[in-house]
Design a binder for this molecule. Structure first.
Ligand code: FPP
Length: 234
């Protein structure tokens, strides 16, 4: 349908390292450029009427990168979530996080909780940062939550179906309508597996630090040109 706006957009922000290396910069410079780009493009995406934006900022596997890169990203998270609190409040954006606590440091964890708390009443869109996140782990953790509630007689099995299952994920968000991956890789890499069941997929060779408003509009045009059936009538 022309002009249909996706409710939930997901982005696998890939290619920061390659973007930096191609310009003779350090990989960490690429992450900083990605962070700057994210703030700018995110506002544009939400201004289009998208209600939820989920981004893959750090996977559970990313802890396997060099000590320098991991500690750079962790300190970027701390600095950004401290200094951007005003930015999110000013733009009326509610910030949430998806992912496991361990092995994130308390410093990172606390700053994440703090910005969630400060923006919890914002109503102009939700920004879901996936940090120390894995899609399979999310489904396992949701299943454990359900098992615990069942054991405590707090839910019945009849209450669990494919729609109510979302409630037990890290955040109760609508399914992803449009999933974008930058940098030319054509894979999902364990990102929001439950939520992307019926997503439209968009892959671009543009590296994330160059993924600007024009690049997002191309993805949106492509989405709007598709015949989205979600398995129903064509
Ligand atoms: C993948 O590119 C990107 C990451 C592992 C990190 C993404 C993080 C950001 C964009 C910063 C976000 C900042 C905040 C504060 C949320 P890559 O490094 O794997 O690129 P490559 O495949 O070219 O090496």
């Amino acid at each position: 349908m022309k002009n249909k706006i996706p409710t939930h957009v997901g982005i696998i922000m890939d290619g920061n390292g390659r973007w930096a290396t191609r310009q003779g910069l350090k990989r960490t410079d690429g992450h900083y450029a990605g962070y700057k780009r994210l703030k700018q493009t995110a506002l544009h995406i939400l201004s289009k009427g998208v209600k939820v934006l989920s981004v893959f900022a750090f996977s559970t596997e990313n802890f396997g990168r060099s000590e320098e890169e991991v500690s750079y990203l962790m300190s970027l998270f701390v600095k950004a979530f401290k200094s951007d609190k005003k930015f999110f409040i000013k733009n009326n954006i509610k910030v949430v996080f998806s992912g496991r606590h361990e092995p994130l440091s308390d410093e990172v964890w606390n700053v994440m909780r703090e910005i969630e708390e400060s923006t919890k009443d914002c109503t102009g869109g939700v920004f879901n940062f996936c940090i120390n996140y894995g899609g399979q782990s999310e489904i396992v953790d949701a299943s454990k939550t359900i098992a615990k509630l069942y054991k405590e007689d707090k839910i019945s099995l009849d209450e669990i179906d494919t729609n109510t299952f979302y409630k037990y994920l890290y955040n109760d968000l609508p399914p992803i309508d449009l999933l974008i991956r930058t940098s030319g890789e054509i894979r999902i890499s364990n990102f929001m597996l439950y939520s992307i069941s019926y997503s439209e997929l968009y892959f671009t060779s543009t590296c994330f630090p160059d993924f600007d408003e024009i690049e997002f509009d191309k993805a949106l045009d492509d989405y709007q040109s598709r015949n989205i059936t979600k398995g129903k009538i064509k």
